[in-house]
Design a binder for this molecule. Sequence first.
Ligand code: FMN
Length: 355
Amino acid sequence: MTDAHNLFAPARIGDVDVKNRIAMAPMTRNRSPGAVPNELNALYYAQRASAGLIITEGTTPDAGGRGYIDIPGLYDAAQVAGWRKVTGAVHAKGGRIFVQLMHTGRISHPDFLDGGTPVAPSAIAAAGAIFTKEGQKPHPVPRALAAEEIPGVIATYGRAARLAIEAGFDGVEVHGANGYLPSQFLSTNANLRTDEWGGSVANRARFLLGAVEAAARAIGAGRVGLRVNPGATFNDVADTDPAATLTHIATALKGQGLAYLHLVGGAYSYDAAGIARRSFDGPLMLNGGYDRARAEADIASGRADIISFGSAFLANPDLPERLRTGAQLNAPDTATFYGGNAKGYVDYPALAAAA
Ligand SMILES: Cc1cc2nc3c(=O)[nH]c(=O)nc-3n(C[C@H](O)[C@H](O)[C@H](O)COP(=O)(O)O)c2cc1C
């Protein structure tokens, strides 16, 4: 087996050298009060530094994009200083770390925006509710962004990418999936605009591709990844032709030298991985319910270049070593996923400690 087809062999993705093809998938943990990363967050990520690449939890690139309780941001000096603790701790253990930039758009609430109204492509509320400090509240009707405002929102991705480098990150991942702002623009039910930001696939993808371009201009394309999942319905988005959407995005990014394209795991109604592979020429990261056998098979066959693990990495700080040796995995405790303290966060044992 050549190194290019070995899960445990080093690789180069964009401008970044990684020690294996096992990534930690982005996971929101709601443990950064005041939106500022802290020592506990640093410990959590440093424990997982044996990943080829850590992708952080969704992080707000701009104050207008806040959502969810106690998630971190990357738009002010205190946050940059907080993230320096995290990146310093990960680098000290030889790890690599990208920050996931997540503007929540309409998946927010005035409670997270000092009373302000969340923004979105169109004034359409997502179905369902959001968990606030006062319990569940229905998603509010967002304010449709004016066309003149949109370039300014896109520019926040460039600013956040610059701050990411200042904070010591190796790069950024633009969150274009799961029904957050860029994914709201891609959607055919959340975006009913009739200007250049809605309608055709090219128009609906303009925001997302603009965000990637802004980040790439700021720090170089080789330090920018993109996560997408056209067709997924999480957070009440929809796409009448997700294969066309993914084809457009992947084709537009071809030849740009991006660090990677990352597909969220899940059931697709079309061959998303195949389309991404054929239409995009950079590293492809796949995700979703992987175990060692499937991960090795997909790397060996060339279906993927990197595999990201979510809940398994959450529960196993030394996941690469466990996969390599075939050791048993700790089971994730879903009750402590979103919020809380050290419990279910930094107390999952590593192998030596478990023995
Ligand atoms: C606790 C938790 C939080 C998550 N938060 C995010 C997030 O902030 N951004 C994101 O893109 N995906 C998020 N996800 C999805 C994961 O990145 C991943 O796609 C999912 O867990 C499936 O991978 P797995 O089967 O390896 O766990 C989250 C998943 C979990 C379990």
